[in-house]
Design a protein around this ligand. Structure first.
Ligand code: GLU
Length: 279
């Protein structure tokens, strides 16, 4: 089977050396083995994504020497696909509307005195999971805005024991309960990172998901969503993150290591590829 990988940046800033490492990692994992590398634009967050960042990142990747078969999949143009997946999950009874505001969640956690923490911070206390059907119906009828969450315990009861294979970590047992009832669709956007990535990797036939180890925890939930939606599970390779000289994590706001800045300073694509770990 021919390998299909993807690089899936969000156009919320300029690409830096860490992104170059990740993109090159995915590109080599596919292209060196006769496979295909895809570019996907993860622009579901209208408040943070900007078209000029998308234009610039495509230009940066091109400058770096990467190529991909077009057209590029832009998530904001496929909201119907995510809606359809959400409806499927709703039909099997593993989602519920959550009307809580961020503030209410914080207050609920403070009231409880102690809240279990997941890799993403304190986990949602489940307030809206236990609403009566009547209360839920009333709120929906009043037009209260809501996010959609997964009832992770119930979903796991349906899905059973799940594992995936990671090229770095080996066989991993999925424990998405550590993330709690994660958001699948936000109040302002009819999807979330977790849902759209899982849907797209399936629709695009991705066979090997390469991404930074900072997203390792997310795979636990993606594996569960794959099982619920009847998708095949790709192989994974979560790679180590490139760090700065002092071992710090690179950030989009860190202008010094942006590919644009390196290019403006006279570095060649070959220099930057080497700096990103792929000489
Ligand atoms: N869009 C995500 C990011 O920029 C990456 C998603 C993924 O590779 O799964 O961090």
């Amino acid at each position: 089977m021919s390998i299909i990988t993807r690089f899936a940046p969000s156009p919320t800033g300029h690409l830096h050396l860490g992104h170059a490492h990740s993109a090159l990692f995915g590109w080599h994992a596919a292209v060196d083995h006769g496979g295909r590398f895809l570019l996907r634009i993860e622009d579901i967050d209208p408040a943070r994504c900007r078209p000029e960042f998308e234009r610039d990142l495509i230009e940066d990747l091109d400058w770096l020497g990467l190529d991909w078969p077009g057209p590029v999949r832009r998530q904001s143009e496929h909201l119907d696909d995510y809606r359809a997946a959400l409806e499927r999950l709703d039909r099997i009874g593993v989602t519920y509307p959550c009307f809580c505001t961020r503030r209410e969640i914080e207050e609920e956690i403070a009231r409880a005195g102690h809240a279990p923490h997941g890799p993403d911070g304190p986990i949602y206390p489940g307030t809206c999971r236990t609403l009566t059907a009547e209360e839920r119906g009333n709120r929906l009828a009043r037009g209260m805005p809501f996010a959609v969450r997964i009832d992770v315990v119930h979903a796991l009861e349906l899905a059973g024991r799940l594992t995936w294979h990671d090229r770095a970590a080996g066989t991993v047992r999925a424990t998405p309960e550590m993330l709690g009832d994660a958001v699948l669709a936000r109040k302002d956007v009819p999807t979330s990172y977790h849902l759209s990535v899982t849907v797209d990797d399936n629709l695009q036939g991705v066979t090997l998901v390469t991404r930074g180890e900072d997203l390792f925890f997310a795979t636990h939930l993606h594996r569960l969503l794959q099982a619920l939606l009847g998708y095949a599970t790709p192989e994974y390779h979560h790679h180590g993150l490139l760090t700065g000289e002092r071992g710090e994590r690179l950030a989009k706001r860190d202008k010094a290591v942006s590919l644009r800045a390196l290019r403006a300073a006279g570095r060649t694509p070959a220099d930057v590829r080497a700096m990103a770990g792929f000489p």
